[in-house]
Design a protein around this ligand. Structure first.
Ligand code: SAM
Ligand code: SF4
Length: 358
């Protein structure tokens, strides 16, 4: 059981590295998820409403310079060791390549990855690679054009597939594919998606659907659990726990083999069971929304603004300290309950996944 720490240990300057982004349960956030925009060109049913959302104004969103400065504070002062750029859809941001190039110039060793829906990736993959992007995750929930269009409300599967191919062709690390399964829509596709991914050398990750949709349509019965996903995959494949250390990663990974050829590892598959098998006690994430608010957890209802500080002439130490204070207050767990039935006091956050940065 987590023991609550007494008093916060905030330090400025070089000493801040020692305490880093520590929370009151002793976890230290080293993995920064930064949303570059709230806008998106798809309307995935589990994320956005059909009509879209009220987008932020341009001046409400962090600028390229502000983003690069915040990443610098995270890395140089607060022990951030890994950065993921997300959204909304990060590829709709015109200065994405420049942002990555700036970050890479300042932090040559920092792993920088991108989560994207893949639209337009075919045209940008090489520039992203040249700018210094380390790796990419592309979201794709179905191999069937009609099902893809039903889930995303847009008929663009072929464009996403072109984007994935381009990312692999330019050598953007191990390409990971994110898939959310929805009951009665694409859940039967789980083994086909895995077959497709391992045959191309991609790592597929299934994400349990979380109650973060703007339509508030999530139901416990509607969501496909990690246990169900394992069962479905096991109808075709042999899954054995990946011997590599999970090391704080959200996905539980499995080696994939065929029952008839158990000596050959075809690849690995990850299952992110945020609802039914939560991993809050090992969480290392700190989230920054597109408008510069720190969220210590996807399900947090507390937000700490850094944008005003950034724009008010505050120095890096002052910004680092506010970031530390926000993370110190990180809740012990998201409160959906181990059974996924939802603890009585669980309240769905006002923000949808796209507005937080998944
Ligand atoms: N637009 C990009 C994309 O779709 O990859 C990046 C942002 S999106 C919010 C990041 C990830 O969150 C995607 O893989 C998406 O499938 C996932 N996601 C969105 N809403 C979700 C939900 N309610 N439950 C689980 N995963 C969700
Ligand atoms: Fe857009 Fe990604 Fe949300 Fe789909 S999951 S609507 S692609 S932000």
């Amino acid at each position: 059981m987590a023991i609550r720490l007494g008093s916060p240990y905030f330090r400025t300057g070089a000493d801040a590295q020692q305490s880093g982004l520590l929370d009151s349960y002793g976890r230290r956030a080293t993995d920064m998820r930064l949303s570059l925009t709230d806008k998106c060109n798809l309307r995935c049913t589990y994320c956005m409403p059909a009509e879209g959302l009220q987008w932020l104004q341009k001046d409400q969103v962090l600028s390229r310079e502000e983003i690069v400065r915040l990443v610098g504070i995270g890395v140089d002062l607060l022990g951030i060791r890994e950065l993921r750029l997300t959204g909304g859809e990060p590829l709709v941001r015109a200065d994405l390549v420049d942002i990555i190039a700036d970050i890479r110039a300042r932090h040559p060793e920092l792993p920088v990855s991108l989560t994207t829906n893949g639209l337009g990736l075919d045209k940008k993959a090489q520039r992203l690679k040249d700018a210094g992007l380390t790796r990419i995750n592309v979201s794709m929930d179905s191999l069937h054009p009609d099902t893809f269009a039903q889930l995303t409300r847009r008929p663009f599967l072929d464009r996403v597939l072109r984007g994935i191919e381009a990312a692999a062709a330019v050598g953007l690390g191990l390409v990971k594919i994110n898939a959310v399964l929805m009951r009665g829509i694409n859940d039967h596709e789980a083994p086909d998606l895995l077959e497709w991914a391992v045959s191309r050398g991609f790592e597929l990750r299934f994400i349990e659907q979380m109650p973060l949709d703007a339509d508030h349509g999530w139901t416990r019965d509607g969501m496909i659990t990690a246990a169900e996903i394992r069962d479905r995959l096991s109808e075709r494949f042999l899954l054995t726990p990946d011997p590599r250390n999970r090391d704080g990663a959200p996905a539980e990974r499995w080696e994939v083999r065929r029952p008839e050829a158990p000596d050959v590892v075809l690849g690995t598959v990850g299952i992110i069971a945020s609802v039914t098998e939560p991993f809050c006690s090992d969480c290392r994430r700190t989230r920054v929304t597109a408008e510069g608010k720190i969220m210590s957890c996807l399900f947090s209802r507390e937000e700490t603004d850094l944008r005003d500080l950034l724009r008010s002439g505050a120095d890096d130490d002052a910004i680092a300290q506010r970031w530390q204070e926000a993370m110190w207050a990180k809740p012990k767990a998201h409160g959906m309950g181990h059974t996924g039935l939802g603890a009585p006091d669980f309240v769905q956050p006002d923000r949808s996944m796209s507005a937080i940065g998944g």
